[in-house]
Design a protein around this ligand. Structure first.
Ligand SMILES: [Zn+2]
Length: 319
């Protein structure tokens, strides 16, 4: 593929799969640069980012730092980027709010997780293992000069670029679009090989529905190439968007097919979805969050109903 004009990818290492994440350095009209995403907050990742930026620009030439979403492999180096460049930070409004809240109330994050596990029928034994799965990584407060709202619009300080709200993977996920050549910097909203994980969150009622809407929004753009947060550039955008829509809907249907007239908890449904699997606790947490998101989507679509037991455990059944 031809290198998109004035855009350079900077790949930094991750100590877990998918092993690498891409930041993008973008030359701006009228001078200066924009940095999109960074990497995990580790010495290795910082060394790679610093070298990657240094190959084209000085840190003081960065005019704007944009974070596509609040996951650690994308936002982790934001504080160091700020210290090196002094550039203002832009990110999705809902992610900025959530991040600020987590930085101020770290205990509440742990309580939310425990309540989520208990309220969805996770067994006491698995609950213990999931909680040992580790504390949520600590978040440091970040000033966000430009919270990017749901309506989308022209990106500040970066002529020719706009942002698109692409919720699902996180509630406030954003992608960046350059209309002149149909280039999309997609973060984790569109990935070449896997369907982005879409799990329940505290901010949106139907994250799967949100994600399908985001795919529709992206599909309405004249896209020529998508630069993802992980993996290779996507040169057939329309095809990939259609595949992701199909895979997301198929997963909802597969989860719906595991329901019966008798109410079951999301935990029971997640175990039916992955029968006999001995997954590590962190993977079960993810499976539970995703299963629950699809169950909520089925409820929103009128294909499932939910009820609370007398012990305040949430259950789902056929509508
Ligand atoms: Zn990522």
């Amino acid at each position: 593929m031809q290198q998109p004009q004035g855009v350079w990818s900077i790949t930094t290492p991750l100590p877990f799969r998918p092993r690498e994440v891409h930041a993008y350095l973008v030359e701006l009209q009228g001078g200066g640069w924009m940095l999109v995403d960074g990497g995990l907050d580790s010495e290795d990742a910082w060394a790679s980012l610093d070298a990657g930026v240094g190959a084209h620009a000085g840190w003081s030439e960065i005019r704007l730092h944009v974070v596509t979403h609040m996951h650690m492999d994308h936002i982790g180096l934001a504080a160091r980027t700020r210290a090196a460049s002094g550039a203002p930070l832009a990110m999705g409004e809902l992610d900025a709010k959530r991040w600020a809240h987590a930085a101020l109330h770290p205990d509440e994050e742990a309580e939310y997780r425990t309540a989520l596990f208990r309220g969805n029928g996770v067994s006491a034994e698995m609950l213990e293992r999931m909680e040992q799965g580790g504390p949520t990584p600590s978040t440091q407060p970040l000033g966000v000069e430009y919270p990017l709202g749901a309506a989308g619009g022209d990106l500040p300080l970066a002529a020719g670029w706009s942002w698109v709200w692409t919720p699902g993977h996180t509630a406030g996920h954003v992608a960046l679009f350059r209309a002149a050549d149909g280039l999309l910097i997609a973060g984790d909203a569109v990935l070449p090989r896997v369907t982005p994980t879409v799990g329940v969150n505290r901010q949106r009622r139907d994250p799967v529905g949100d994600y399908l809407d985001a795919l529709t929004r992206l599909g309405s753009l004249r896209l020529a190439c998508i630069l993802p947060g992980h993996g290779e550039p996507i040169t057939r955008p329309a095809e990939r968007l259609a595949e992701l829509r199909q895979a997301t809907q198929a997963e909802s249907q597969a989860i719906g097919a595991l329901l019966s007239a008798r109410p079951s908890t999301a935990w029971d449904v997640a175990r039916r979805r992955y029968p006999g699997r001995d997954l590590p606790p962190s993977a079960w947490v993810q499976a539970l969050r995703e299963t629950l998101a699809h169950l909520q989507h089925l409820v929103a679509a009128g294909q499932a109903r939910r009820e609370l037991t007398s012990e305040n455990v949430l259950c789902f059944a056929f509508a």
